[in-house]
Write a protein that binds this ligand. Structure first.
Ligand SMILES: Cc1cc2nc3c(=O)[nH]c(=O)nc-3n(C[C@H](O)[C@H](O)[C@H](O)COP(=O)(O)O)c2cc1C
Length: 328
């Protein structure tokens, strides 16, 4: 899954299912943590994986605060922590907690990436937790992360359900990020949705239909191509094939429901993530009569100089013409 999607779907929800977590998924989470950055590459983080069959499990559950009782259902509890002596110190700055936090975030994102629910907790008592895991005196446990598959929200007790229903809130970007000096708010310019979304009707032909009666998945990819070419013609003024100045580098397609010959199909698309020499399109094929989305795609285009035979930077003209269609 792409990182921006993982970031968008991660939430600290509390309803876990009984479904056990495959050990390889936990292993991939640990692997993600292992590759985190750390000051002077000291890698101070330590993780303790405690599943339902672990002898330490009951004692660890007993260390949780009553308000975190929901976490006992999670098939795996991962405790993160570090020793001050294992981290780097620069002047007065002790990086062991910081670096363990970075590694824990990687671990959690990799969990979300694999369809898991991850929920970090500070609500537990330190002495019984340290005793449960036989932690040395100088070891600082930092978080207990509940890990499992998402369960049914309705099965939570009422107080926990209410906590889970609270909407996610965040401070404005200008409150948490400054432009240069302290107090000067950072001002974002990137709209989360673009000013305009490009739409174009996609005519279906009998020959697009396969033996299953659907538009074949391979054909669907060419419908997105049709959209890219139309976007370049309508928005960027491309008249000749030479005016189409990009090559397709990557396509990620999610087929949600089949497209049948009787469907009306429209494509909507906008640009995201413009970088030095590439940009992305986020696109959807949908039926304008009832809004059903057939297929979603993200494609990466690289600007290409055919004469020189190599990629070239996204130019100012592209940015000016596509401006209204660029969003988060
Ligand atoms: C270090 C840390 C400790 C937390 N402790 C608890 C906890 O004890 N119980 C709980 O229900 N949620 C806990 N949370 C989850 C936060 O409440 C949650 O991250 C926050 O409300 C933002 O919501 P979100 O994670 O869904 O975006 C903790 C999160 C962090 C990072």
């Amino acid at each position: 899954m792409e990182l921006h999607k993982i970031i968008a779907i991660r939430h600290s929800r509390r309803a876990f299912s009984d479904r056990p977590v495959e050990p390889e998924k936990i292993e991939r989470m640990i692997e993600a943590a292992r590759w985190s950055p750390s000051c002077a590459n000291r890698q101070p983080w330590r993780f303790f994986v405690v599943d339902k069959s672990a002898p330490e499990r009951l004692a660890l559950e007993d260390a949780l605060d009553a308000g975190n009782g929901w976490a006992k259902k999670a098939p795996v509890l991962i405790v993160s922590g570090a020793r001050k002596a294992d981290g780097s110190v620069v002047e007065s700055r002790e990086y062991y907690l910081h670096d363990t936090g970075l590694a824990t975030m990687s671990l959690m994102y990799r969990g979300v990436d694999q369809g898991l629910l991850v929920h970090p907790m500070a609500g537990w008592k330190e002495a019984p937790l340290k005793a449960a895991l036989s932690l040395p005196e100088d070891f600082h446990p930092i978080a207990v992360v509940a890990v499992g598959y998402p369960g049914r929200h309705e099965e939570l007790d009422e107080a926990t359900r209410r906590k889970d229903e609270k909407p996610g809130v965040r401070r404005e970007a200008g409150e948490i990020a400054f432009l240069g000096r302290f107090g000067e708010p950072f001002r974002g310019t990137l709209p989360s949705t673009p000013r305009k979304v490009y739409e174009t009707d996609i005519p279906l032909r009998f020959g697009d239909i396969d033996a299953m009666g659907h538009v074949n998945n391979a054909v669907t990819l060419t419908l997105f191509e049709l959209g890219r070419v139309k976007f370049f013609a309508d928005v960027l003024g491309a008249r000749e094939v030479e005016d189409i100045t990009f090559v397709l580098a990557e396509a990620n397609v999610r087929y949600r429901i089949p497209i049948l010959l009787k469907d009306k199909v429209r494509l909507r698309m906008h640009v995201t993530d413009v970088s030095r020499s590439s940009f992305r399109f986020r696109c959807e094929l949908f039926d304008p009569r009832d809004g059903r989305v057939f297929t979603e795609a993200e494609t990466v285009q690289v600007m290409y100089d055919y004469k020189a035979g190599k990629s070239r930077p996204v130019d100012a003209e592209f940015l000016a013409r596509a401006k209204d269609y660029i969003g988060g």
